[in-house]
Design a protein around this ligand. Structure first.
Ligand code: A2P
Length: 276
């Protein structure tokens, strides 16, 4: 399994990234630098996480070259709109201390605001100016994707959605595959407080392979050709979660995990319910 996936714009993204939702700004400089030293080459933050400053400091605290690290951020929903997006992007860049961003995402469609098409047009402009290498979205349903593609002719490189063995998002994954959009999994371990790490099917596979349940789940995402973004604010766990390149799940393992999909497995709000 190669450590990268090629996007529809030709850029190559590391398949495994560190998610930093709920990481305190003050703790970010140390954790980010240590995670990069441990092998991570992809960091996934957002304006709404309020830790872009700390993440940027962490990027400066490592010896790995800037161009070897993939940095993603996301536009805060309250700042959607053409002009406000351009201004908000400048703020992200000054907080991160970067002059080019690898990937910027529209964080939520927020259809009741009806600003996501204007926002997408600003993203296209920023990419044309060379300030963002790849542009994408998050939490978009196929109907929202259809609309931005129909109105602008530009297909997002990725859609980042909640995805884990209890909520496998088959319909969205199929739609993305048909349109050349890479699916990124957030809450890949099932989110905080879920029982997935103790699930007997996962635990059985983990025991047989001598891996942890988290490593088995992350490997499942990788073998489905997803970009996977586990988060941990503990270095030890972040290191464990990166250590997934030296084993394979069998076809039997993959189908046993496929059987864990649940219609009510979603842990976070539906995109149509979240408007700020
Ligand atoms: P913590 O930050 O305290 O380590 P996700 O949202 O990515 O699915 O993660 C769910 C939760 O699982 C996170 O809040 C994280 O908490 C915890 N976690 C992350 N990695 C591991 C791991 N390797 N083993 C156990 N728990 C983990």
């Amino acid at each position: 399994l190669s450590p990268h996936i090629t996007l529809n714009d030709g850029n190559t993204i590391p398949r495994l990234g560190l998610g930093v939702w709920r990481l305190a700004d003050a703790e970010a400089p140390k954790l980010i630098a240590e995670a990069i030293d441990a092998g991570y080459r992809h960091i996934d933050t957002a304006q709404a996480y309020q830790n872009e400053g700390g993440v940027g400091q962490g990027l400066k605290n490592t010896k790995v070259r800037r161009r070897d690290i993939w940095v993603t951020s996301k536009l805060q929903t309250s700042l959607q709109g053409y002009d406000s997006t351009l201004r908000a992007f400048d703020q992200t860049m000054s907080k991160l201390g970067l002059d080019q961003l690898d990937l910027f995402l529209v964080h939520w469609p927020a259809p009741a605001r009806d600003q996501y098409v204007a926002t997408w047009k600003a993203f296209i402009e920023l990419q044309q100016q060379g300030r963002i290498r790849s542009i994408g979205v998050s939490n978009f349903l196929p109907e929202h994707l259809e609309r931005i593609i129909g109105e602008t002719g530009v297909t997002p490189a990725v859609n980042q959605i909640e995805l884990h063995p209890s909520f496998q998002q088959g319909a969205s994954r199929d739609w993305h595959n048909q349109h050349g959009i890479v699916t990124e999994s957030y809450s890949p371990l099932g989110g905080k407080g879920t029982a997935l790490l103790e699930n007997p099917v996962i635990a059985g596979i983990a025991r047989r392979l001598g891996k942890s349940p988290a490593q088995v789940i992350i490997r499942w995402h990788l073998q489905l050709d997803l970009v996977v973004l586990p988060k941990s604010s503990k270095l030890e766990r972040a290191v464990e979660n990166f250590n997934v390149w030296d084993f394979d799940l069998t076809e039997n393992d993959m189908s046993a995990i496929a059987g864990l999909d649940r219609p009510d497995g979603k842990t976070l709000p539906h995109p149509n319910e979240l408007n700020d």
